[in-house]
Structure formats: C-alpha cells, structure tokens
Design a protein. Structure first.
Length: 172
C-alpha cells in the first residue's frame, strides 16, 4: 500500500525489516540499548556483533523513552540503525501516546540529520511492550504524515509490519 504526500511516499509492507534496502532501519529498542527479542533481536542478529559494540561505546547510558539514537548498520543493507525507545503500555494514563509520537518524530529527525532518503519502521512498542496495535498505527501514521507534509523529507517512509494483523491495523 502506497500513499503520496507531496514529494514523499509512505508505504506499508508486510515482511522482515532486516531485509529492507533503505538508508535507515528503525530498531524497537529497550532503554538500555541492550538488545533483546522481537525486532530488536532480529536486527542485532542480522547486523552482527559490531552493532552492539558500537551501541555500547556510543551510548553507555542507553536512551530515554520517547527518543532515539543513531548507529551504523553493521551487516545490514542500510547505512544506519536508529534505536528508538517506545513506551511500555500502562493503560494510556502514563503519557504513552506522547512518548510514542516522540520516538517516531525523533527517528524522522535523525533521517533528515543523516541525509537519509528512505527509512523503514517497525510497529514500535506493539510487541512485548503491549501497546495496542490499532492505537499505535493511528499515532505513528499521524506523526509521519505531519512530518512529511511539513518537512517534505525523507522521500520514502516504509512501515514494515511483521504479520497480517499488524498490516491490517496500519492499512485501516
């Protein structure tokens, strides 16, 4: 599924984020940037040990929830990995929506700062962090749309959804 916002495209695909040929891949990271399961584990396995080494060296104190940091991409096809820390869902009463918006916005800002023409996002916080997929889709797509309309970059924002349920939520 593809939507055009001026010169920019927003694309939804179902697949494996580690196989994307884009300038930056977003990692759904934990605040310690310590690797983990799900998307985080898959990205670290595909990128190789240099990704964890660089993350530890450049960000020894981790990354705050709602923010993101950039590293090189190791063995991935991408140039960069943006490690975004989304919120743990606590019923929507702990600022989760604002934190999720902030994590996506920061990744888009990093894409501009690093001259990335393309970026691939997973559904941040929807796995073990328990964020409801429908609300995450609405929030992340709204932030992305607003950013593309005002900044007119990057050229391509791709949401890579792991399964049909996530793809359906984003497509709605």
């Amino acid at each position: 599924m593809l939507v055009q916002f001026g010169p920019c495209r927003l694309e939804l695909v179902q697949g494996d984020i580690t196989r994307q040929a884009v300038d930056a891949i977003v990692n759904a990271a934990n605040s310690k940037l310590a690797g983990g399961g799900g998307v985080d584990g898959a990205i670290h396995r595909a990128a190789g040990s240099t990704l964890m080494d660089e993350t530890r060296q450049r960000c020894p104190d981790g990354c705050a929830t709602g923010s993101a940091v950039a590293t090189s991409a190791g063995s991935l096809k991408a140039k960069f990995v943006f490690h975004a820390v989304g919120p743990i869902w606590r019923g929507g009463v702990s600022g989760e929506v604002d934190l999720l918006k902030s994590a996506y916005r920061r990744c888009l800002e990093l894409a501009v700062e690093h001259s990335c023409r393309s970026i691939a996002f997973p559904a941040i916080s929807t796995g073990v962090y328990g964020y409801p997929i429908d609300l995450a889709a609405e929030t992340s797509l709204a932030v992305t749309r607003e950013f593309l309309l005002t900044q007119k970059q990057p050229d391509l924002v791709r949401f890579v959804l792991f399964d049909g349920g996530a793809f359906g939520a984003y497509a709605r």
